[in-house]
Design a protein. Structure first.
Lengths: 329, 329
DNA sequence: TATGAAAATGTAAACGATTTCATTTTTGAT
DNA sequence: ATCAAAAATGAAATCGTTTACATTTTCATA
């Protein structure tokens, strides 16, 4: 495999000149530029990123931390990140943490070892203390989920308001007994969405009923099924359920159908995220659309700014309530 | 940020010794080893991958080429690849090609530029000629989809047989008018699956009817809906449909439901891949289970072998027909 | 033609590790 | 105490770039 030395020799110039041609500097005469380009072609030369990266002290790789690749919610965000990254000559390393601090640490090590130039974290279970410490030395952005008040820039939506609007929609179409399917309140978004839920109820003069609040361990389909099973067994059964994730909602949908009940006739369902599949279910799912692609591009731009040493501010993006069949009663 | 020089000075030894400690070589006395480890701790030293990678002429990164991240089919495979990769100290770069030769080439460049040590390609639309050429110099494995006879090791299942068994199942439960929802036959797997379809029919004395064969541009949900719309409009409507991807099948399911027909009563449906969502639909989907995780681990092991310069043979893995509600009539 | 500024090119030092080969130190047997 | 073999350590080259600085060439002008 040819290196820059050989190209230089072959073209009868110095390596500096070759490098200049490579990097499109305009201080090279067109004659020599031609010679060099010819040599490059003849030797089939491809500059090595290894040498270049060492010299420039950068890896041109950014890390994306997600709890699991199985939740389609992240896919659109990733696409957004990727497009911006690529156009800035960065590549992305997708890191599935399983919300496991051990695995997480393997990935943190990558930036410590200069294998990566920065991190976009979407893992709500991330070790906040470690992240904070890391952020002092490295470029880090939080996306979608964030630890509040730890000084790391984030991009997100107004979860409280989004939840409020979702529940308000259920109230407006006549529901009063509305269950909440939430995750562990150690997550900020879970706390915020519960607050929105409560605010909407209060506004309609309804007291929050703790029997109607269910916590799931994860955001998966099965978790939704299990929680729904419990809800269906309540003596005073709710007529609507708001799940904080589409996967939960789809699990709920499945369970309701399986028990012979009708959606939205017997039970209205609202999800959260607007993943692709929320439109493929029967009935289609009413859900809160997060601007996922936009979140991705925004986070990526912020990260690149940060890598370049600039200060960046957090961003709160708009959401949208998408009303579909599962509440169209 | 401390480097190996500073650690050496701080510990009062040479860089060679520090490097030896770093790499766990046993030629270092325990006294000096202690000194070095102390220095490392005190200086908060983390060895730079940039230096190491240049010296070792490797990036410890492998590329995964997939047409789109939106098809969950790839997720399990990726997990398999990732686990093996991580345990061998490799990291994976997920590359979405959109089946676009231009984008593809960007990623090929990464290995030419030594940014990556090898490629696992899952893109059926990959430019076979380029891939073949690349494979002469770099480590490449094909996974799931492969170009036949181009000498690049692959891991896959027996698509013809899998398709045969799926269709045979439909025949056995009494269907005779079976539609095939396929993709473009430029893809090897599409041709193979059609052959299996034909063989099953023939075996039951049924002549293949071209009016029952539909081609979709992609493997997405919407493609399935559109194709199903056409199928439902046929004058002599089939009673079953075999789709070569779960996403297609789920699209079909949706369309059938929407038109007021019942699955499997009016129309049985069989998919392919056993993605997570095939179990979340209503009714659940009969499908051909590919051993995706195993495919991933196998491909990863093969690639690592290849990177190390060893010869590897192609592998054909087992599949399984999973019978669920959509054919349980 | 000589001159000086501007343009083009070259030299050599980084970047941060690993490793070969040479050298020093330790060890154990005599 | 001596010595050879074994063990531990170090010096310096190397991986392949980029770039600051020095040097040479070009070219318009006097």
């Amino acid at each position: 495999m040819a290196n820059i030395q050989q190209v230089a020799k072959h073209a009868g110039v110095s390596v500096a000149t070759v490098s200049r041609v490579l990097n499109g500097q305009n201080t090279v005469s067109s004659k020599t530029k031609m010679k060099v380009e010819e040599a490059i072609k003849e030797l089939n030369y491809e500059p090595s990123m290894l040498g270049r990266n060492l010299r420039n002290s950068e890896s041109r790789i950014v890390l994306i931390l997600i709890p699991t690749i199985s939740n389609p919610f992240y896919l659109e965000i990733i696409k957004g990140i990727e497009n911006i990254a690529i156009s800035h000559n960065y590549n992305i390393l997708l890191c599935e943490t399983d919300s496991d601090p051990e695995k997480e640490n393997i990935y943190f090590d990558l930036v410590r070892k200069k294998m990566a130039d920065g991190i976009i974290s979407m893992d709500p279970a991330v070790n906040v203390e470690t992240l904070k410490q890391l952020a002092e030395k490295y470029a880090i952005i939080q996306c979608s989920e964030y630890g509040g008040g730890i000084g790391i820039p984030y991009v997100t939506i107004d979860n409280e308001e989004a939840s409020y609007r979702a529940v308000k929609h259920l109230l407006q179409i006549g529901h009063t007994k509305i269950a909440l399917m939430n995750t562990d309140e150690k997550f900020l978004y879970a706390r915020e969405r519960k607050m929105g839920y409560e605010r909407a109820l209060k506004e309609h003069g309804i007291e929050m009923n703790n029997n109607y609040i269910f916590y799931t361990k994860d955001l998966g389909f099965e978790n939704g099924q299990q929680a729904m099973k419990k809800i269906l067994n309540l003596k005073e059964r709710p007529t609507a359920v708001f799940a904080v994730s589409d996967l939960l909602a789809i699990g709920a949908l499945k369970e309701i159908n399986a028990s012979g009940l009708n959606v939205p006739g017997d039970m209205a369902v609202v999800g959260f995220d607007k993943i692709d599949f929320s439109n493929m279910t029967n009935p289609t799912l009413t859900t809160v659309a997060q601007p996922m692609y936009k979140m991705g591009t925004t986070a990526a731009k912020m990260l690149i700014e940060k890598i370049q040493g600039n200060k960046v501010d957090s961003v709160v993006l708009d959401f949208e309530l998408v009303i579909r069949e599962s509440t169209a009663g």
